[in-house]
Design a protein around this ligand. Structure first.
Ligand code: DC
Length: 230
């Protein structure tokens, strides 16, 4: 019996879920899985293969041709996503993917496919997974569930800084409208919309440093595990 647990981190786009999840996983020596990367990788496949999401048969067939894996990079110890054997960790962060991903992630067959892979990865616990439906649908029995939020202006600024480094042509307006659109689609879709699970703890990090939010999560962990030293 493992005494490791599952920690889920859900929340709005660009509120720092992955930053916290990565740091927490590192500290606890758990595996970090970015579930959004799966939806982004599937979106990349759909874009490359001109699958528009309207034809259910085409979607089902496409999913049969997709394998996604997370492999730990030995140089930085981070898990990176592979689409049919190709490392797509960096390409899936492009704005072109961000503009399409919420639409693809709303498709019922896509969600079924991604959730099954995520549940398999979490089978042995010892995992921190972030996303939109991890505490509600993927691991409803997770021991610790965090729901993150932050003021919209702060989220836009953080994402802009990150994207601007890769693409200096990007504008604040583009980022702002992309985040607003994704939040809307993610929280209004029919299947597993973004919701705070009833037993999730809310973490608003508008005015928190990375260290403060990590301390908050570690406190929750200690409370849950009582006897375990971290
Ligand atoms: O976390 P992210 O921004 O990389 O996620 C990209 C998109 O994937 C997001 O807009 C919604 C979708 N997503 C989802 O529907 N369910 C998840 N568990 C994770 C992401």
């Amino acid at each position: 019996m493992t005494d490791k647990i599952i920690i889920t981190i859900d929340g709005w786009s660009s509120c720092g879920k992955s930053t916290l999840a990565k740091q927490l996983a590192k500290k606890l020596e758990y595996l970090y899985i970015d579930s959004g990367a799966m939806y982004r990788a599937i979106t990349l496949y759909f874009l490359r293969n001109n699958i528009d999401g309207a034809d259910e048969k085409e979607i089902k067939q496409a999913l049969k041709n997709i394998t996604v894996q997370f492999i730990v990079n030995p140089y930085n110890q981070q898990s990176e996503i592979y689409l049919n054997g190709e490392n797509v960790e960096y390409i899936i962060r492009d704005i072109i993917i961000a503009e399409k991903v919420s639409e693809v992630a709303a498709l019922k067959d896509v969600r079924k496919f991604a959730v099954a892979v995520q549940q398999k990865i979490g089978k042995n616990k010892g995992i921190v997974m972030d996303g939109r439906d991890i505490g509600t649908t993927v691991f409803p029995d997770a021991e610790i569930k965090i729901f993150m939020t932050a003021d919209e202006a702060v989220r836009v600024e953080r994402r802009f800084k990150e994207m601007f480094q890769k693409n200096p042509n990007i504008t604040l307006e583009e980022i702002k409208s992309n985040i607003a659109l994704r939040d809307y689609i993610d929280s209004h879709r029919e299947v597993s919309p973004l919701r705070k699970a009833a037993d999730a703890i809310e973490l608003d990090n508008t005015n928190l440093t990375e260290k403060e939010q990590l301390d908050f999560a570690l406190k929750l962990f200690k409370k849950n595990r009582k006897s375990v030293e971290v």
